[in-house]
Design a protein around this ligand. Structure first.
Ligand code: HEC
Ligand code: CU
Length: 409
């Protein structure tokens, strides 16, 4: 039999271990269980599920450990004692097999009960955001996991090296004037917010620990999650997937404000974006007008001489074949011109775009293709070297030929 002092000191040690774990579970709860905060139900459910399983684990740990220690103490024998031979114990073996199975069943049942709360967003509360001007709520069966009433504030989360961009859905069809923000997402409280998580370069991972689990941001694929915050505040997070050398600075935060404050913020952003668009459009028009004016005053020296001696150069031939020796690419390889029989489709059809244009204009467009970019085409595709790769005579012959081919003699 065990002596009294030995038994007591063992008990004391056990109590010490248990006591040291207790404060940890309350004061440093975040060290043991996933974080939750702001009252978003999914994070709460993840946390309580975790604590449930952790509790069960503790029961098993202390049950088995305690039993082991108790047995060791109780059946301790002195040196030289002959051990009793024991062969199995059916009741015990069936007992611990069934016991373990029951534990697994219990864990699965609790998990499945919580899963609904974790995965499926609830409706916004009555005091959440009612649709303000310009904000579009997600709707319809286009997305998985919408709230039962199908209404949530829908935000695109875009991961890019090394910043998070948030774009708010709005009611018009122009995607370029949507309200957006970087790094900090602003959301209304008591409102279900659904997120569409994407990446535009490499993989990132969206993670605001207090608002629920991590979601990978994968190029070419959309992941969906949600939250519904009830307490105003700022919830901090950080990209959770090593995405390059700026990864550590790819921080994120969600700022929850009252629906009224949110509406103000949103309206401010929208106004600023619309104003910026307007001034950009005005600046653009000004530039185009300036370019057009510049083209109309092409220096005399470059305008075709009215009485240029019919050059030896053959305009049609240059159009069709170019001048390989000097690197002048054939116009016909990129342009349709009926008279020359060319079918190039890289640039505009010259029969249509040059109709009614003066020879001077045609010459200017040929010499300075990047001054005015034809609608629907990109700059820097048409070579800008014809001023040097063609001689003056060749150029004049070419322009004269095109002008006559399009506009007649
Ligand atoms: C590699 C393809 C390519 C070649 C070669 C090329 N072009 Fe172009 N061209 C384009 C493209 C693309 C545009 C439209 C973009 C722009 O305006 O720069 C264009 C635009 C033009 C325009 C302006 C049309 C308009 O809308 O007013 C003219 C004129 C023109 N080309 C004439 C020529 C002539 C003449 C040659 C030969 C000396 C030539 N191009 C060779 C691709 C080409
Ligand atoms: Cu990242």
């Amino acid at each position: 039999m065990t002596s009294r002092p030995a038994k007591n000191s063992l008990l004391f040690a056990l109590v010490l271990v248990a006591a040291s774990l207790l404060p940890a579970s309350s004061a440093f709860a975040d060290l043991i269980a996933p974080q939750s905060g702001g009252g978003t139900p999914n994070a709460e459910a993840i946390r309580s599920l975790y604590l449930w399983i952790f509790g069960l684990g503790c029961v098993v740990f202390f049950g088995v450990g305690g039993l082991l220690i108790w047995t060791v103490m109780k059946y301790r024998s002195s040196k030289g004692a002959v051990a009793v031979r024991v062969h199995g114990n059916n009741r015990l073996e069936i007992g611990w097999t069934v016991g373990a199975a029951m534990l697994l069943v219990l864990i699965s049942v609790v998990t499945f009960l919580k899963l609904d709360q974790i995965k499926n967003p609830p409706n916004s509360s009555a005091n959440g955001l009612a649709t303000p001007k310009n904000v579009a709520f997600a709707s319809g069966p286009t997305k998985p996991s919408l709230p039962p009433n199908g209404r949530s504030l829908d935000i695109d989360v875009n991961g890019q090296q090394y910043v998070w961009r948030y774009t708010y859905a709005d009611t018009d069809t122009n995607n370029l004037n949507n309200v957006f923000s970087y790094e900090q997402m602003v959301v209304p409280t008591d409102t279900t917010v659904t997120l569409n998580i994407r990446a535009q370069d490499v993989q990132h991972s969206w993670w605001i620990p207090e608002l629920g689990g991590k979601f990978d941001a994968v190029p070419g694929y959309t992941n969906y999650t949600w939250f519904k915050i009830s307490e105003p505040g700022v919830y901090e997070g950080q990209c959770a997937e090593l995405c390059g050398r700026g990864h550590a600075s790819m921080i994120a935060s969600v700022k929850a404000v009252s629906p009224d404050e949110f509406k103000l913020w949103y309206a401010d952003q929208k106004t600023a974006i619309l104003a910026a668009e307007k001034s950009a459009a005005a600046a653009r028009n000004k530039l185009v007008a300036k370019d057009e004016a510049a083209l109309k005053t092409v220096p005399k020296s470059e305008a075709p001489a009215a009485a240029a001696p019919v050059a030896a150069a053959d305009g049609k031939k240059i159009f069709v074949a170019g001048v390989p020796a000097t690197g002048a690419l054939a116009c016909g390889s990129c342009h349709v011109l009926a008279d020359a029989g060319t079918k190039g489709a890289v640039g505009p059809n010259l029969n249509t775009v040059l109709k009614g244009q003066s020879a001077a204009m045609i010459k200017a467009s040929t010499l300075y293709p990047n001054k005015i970019i034809s609608k629907g085409y990109a700059a820097n595709i048409m070579p800008a070297n014809y001023g040097t790769s063609l001689t003056k005579a060749e150029l004049d012959a070419l322009i004269k030929y095109i002008d006559e081919a399009v506009n007649g003699k």
